[in-house]
Design a protein around this ligand. Structure first.
Ligand code: E4P
Length: 219
């Protein structure tokens, strides 16, 4: 499973890129707004740090506007993926941008039929928002499972990018459900290795070695 960070914060992105585990980045207008900086400048900086896919979301809602903004952000770097909303205009823009060789992430997906339509439009990634689905009392991970089934039934190659992740359990369940990618906020990324038995076991190993004078010498 590929791991993306869901952030437009340069410090956070630099930190996780340095860990060697970061396969890409997703941004959206809300994350861009939090930076208080120019979105294009932020995207330029991110693409200089991360070699994998960097999603840049359009702000236009009509086809022509999305095409123009998509082309504009795609020029920033070769690893930009243009993010468009799951609307008729968005899917038309998806088809148009894909025809020009531009990668597209179709966002705001809340149903398997929406995901099927995005795949038929040639989307590179589909982003089901599992946290927001859970917020409505529905089953976010179930949505990933259903999309996996639909895509496998018909051989769609669009990658399932689990988005709106709120917990390590979301990452685990998305991996088990067959998501290709998870985009994870920094607050959850840092918890991925946490387990109390790892900490307890390490402390016990080190205490036993110290007590008995066990050392590693030589080269
Ligand atoms: C990523 O592509 C999405 O924009 C993001 O994961 C949405 O997450 P949220 O529901 O926590 O805002």
């Amino acid at each position: 499973m590929k791991l993306f960070i869901d952030s437009a914060d340069i410090d956070e992105i630099r930190e996780y890129a340095g860990s060697g585990f970061l396969d890409g980045v997703t941004t959206n207008p809300s994350l861009a707004a939090k930076t208080g900086r120019d979105y294009v400048e932020v995207l330029k900086e991110i693409t200089g740090i991360v070699k994998g896919s960097v999603s840049a979301e359009v702000l236009a809602t009509d086809h022509d506007g999305m095409m123009a903004q998509g082309r504009r952000v795609a020029k920033i770097a070769s690893n930009i993926t243009v993010k468009v909303p799951l609307t008729w205009d968005g899917l038309k823009a998806c088809r148009g941008l894909r025809a020009e060789g531009i990668a597209v992430n179709v966002t705001l997906c809340f149903s398997p039929v929406q995901a099927m339509m995005a795949a038929k439009a040639g989307a590179t990634y589909i982003s089901p928002f599992i946290g927001r689905v859970d917020d409505c009392g529905e089953d976010g991970v179930g949505l990933i499972r259903d999309i996996r089934t639909v895509y496998d039934n018909y051989g769609f190659t669009t990658e399932i990018l689990a988005a709106s992740i709120r917990s390590v359990s979301h990452v685990r369940e998305s991996a088990l459900a067959g998501a290709d990618v998870a985009t994870i906020p920094a607050s959850i990324f840092k918890l991925l290795l946490n387990h109390p038995l790892t900490d307890k076991g390490l402390a016990a190993f080190l205490a036993d070695a110290k007590k008995a004078g066990v050392e590693i010498r030589g080269t």
